[in-house]
Design a binder for this molecule. Structure first.
Ligand SMILES: C[S@@+](CC[C@H](N)C(=O)[O-])C[C@H]1O[C@@H](n2cnc3c(N)ncnc32)[C@H](O)[C@@H]1O
Length: 282
């Protein structure tokens, strides 16, 4: 396991994933009934953008740093909860601390919602545990993501969002991600599953998209944000989210937000957003 998210925190892919997660949670909060968030690949929870790792890549400068100026008013209204978390983490202004998905989820959740945050890397799991241990709503585990999903579904609340966010270091991770989705759906068919994937000059996105479509889950949404051209050896050109059992009207939010992100984060004329139903809602 070489991947450390500290090098990539706050990049354009994090922005898409974290705004997507924010909107999912905001929709789940429309019902009083509590829910559970299961973050199968949790990372360390919070990232220092002034730290050595973030400084080495500077990826956040092509991501969250570009949102310093507000977007259109209707977009800002939808991303206000994400902005608030950033503000609360940086009360003196500026942007130094960036939330990982478990931190973001916890800050958006209510008193009776619960979080399972899982991270396999032993050192990162210790950092995550240390960071979240004071919040009684969170439990940290350090097992393989597939084991985490199998062990925690269905959740006692019978409502939940499951984030699958592997690093895709090894080729086998694409098939493993689809397997995790299948295992998760078998145990918790009504869960909101979010699967993140990179867009590069390889077929990962297509394999995941056709695999998820074949599962035939109503309201399966594909959301992609491209910021530059993909070419061999060229790294991350964008990223995608597959959302299964998409909450009602979330697609409408994303149809406003993601094109605005593409315009702001895209290089030259490369910024491009696509939002498509792979399987429509019933
Ligand atoms: C993309 S990062 C997660 C970022 C985090 N979800 C966020 O948005 O802030 C992927 C994480 O998965 C961890 N990881 C890699 N393989 C794993 C596995 N098989 N099971 C659980 N975690 C794994 C990595 O150590 C890394 O911290």
């Amino acid at each position: 396991m070489n991947y450390r998210h500290a090098y990539h925190a706050g990049n354009h892919a994090d922005v898409l994933k974290h705004i997507g997660l924010t909107r999912v949670i905001e929709h789940m909060k429309k019902k009083d009934k509590p829910f559970r968030a299961i973050d199968a690949h949790g990372g360390i929870g919070i990232y220092d953008l002034a730290g050595i790792e973030a400084g080495k890549t500077g990826e956040w400068e092509g991501g969250i740093a570009k949102l310093a100026e507000p977007l259109a008013r209707d977009v800002e209204a939808l991303i206000a909860p994400y902005r608030k978390v950033l503000h609360d983490l940086n009360p003196g202004g500026g942007l130094r601390f960036y939330p990982g998905s478990p931190e973001l989820a916890l800050r958006l959740m209510r008193g009776n919602d619960r979080l399972i945050a899982n991270e396999l890397h032993p050192e990162d799991a210790v950092l995550l545990e240390r960071h979240l241990m004071r919040d009684g709503r969170a439990r940290v585990t350090s097992v393989d993501a597939d084991v985490c999903i199998k062990a925690n579904l269905p959740p006692p609340e019978r409502r939940g969002v499951i984030l699958i966010d592997p690093p895709y270091e090894a080729k086998t991770e694409t098939e493993r991600a689809l397997r995790m989705l299948k295992h998760g759906l078998r145990r918790f068919a009504q869960g909101v599953f979010m699967l993140w994937y990179p867009l590069k000059k390889d077929p990962v996105g297509e394999v995941l998209t056709s695999g998820a479509q074949a599962m035939g889950v109503a309201a399966t949404l594909k959301v992609e944000l491209r910021v530059r051209e993909a070419f061999a050896g060229g790294g991350l050109a964008g990223s995608g989210l597959l959302i299964l059992n998409t909450p009602w009207q979330l697609d409408q939010d994303l149809r406003l937000i993601v094109p605005a992100l593409a315009e702001r984060l895209g290089l030259g004329t490369w910024g491009h957003a696509t939002i498509d139903w792979l399987v429509p809602p019933v």
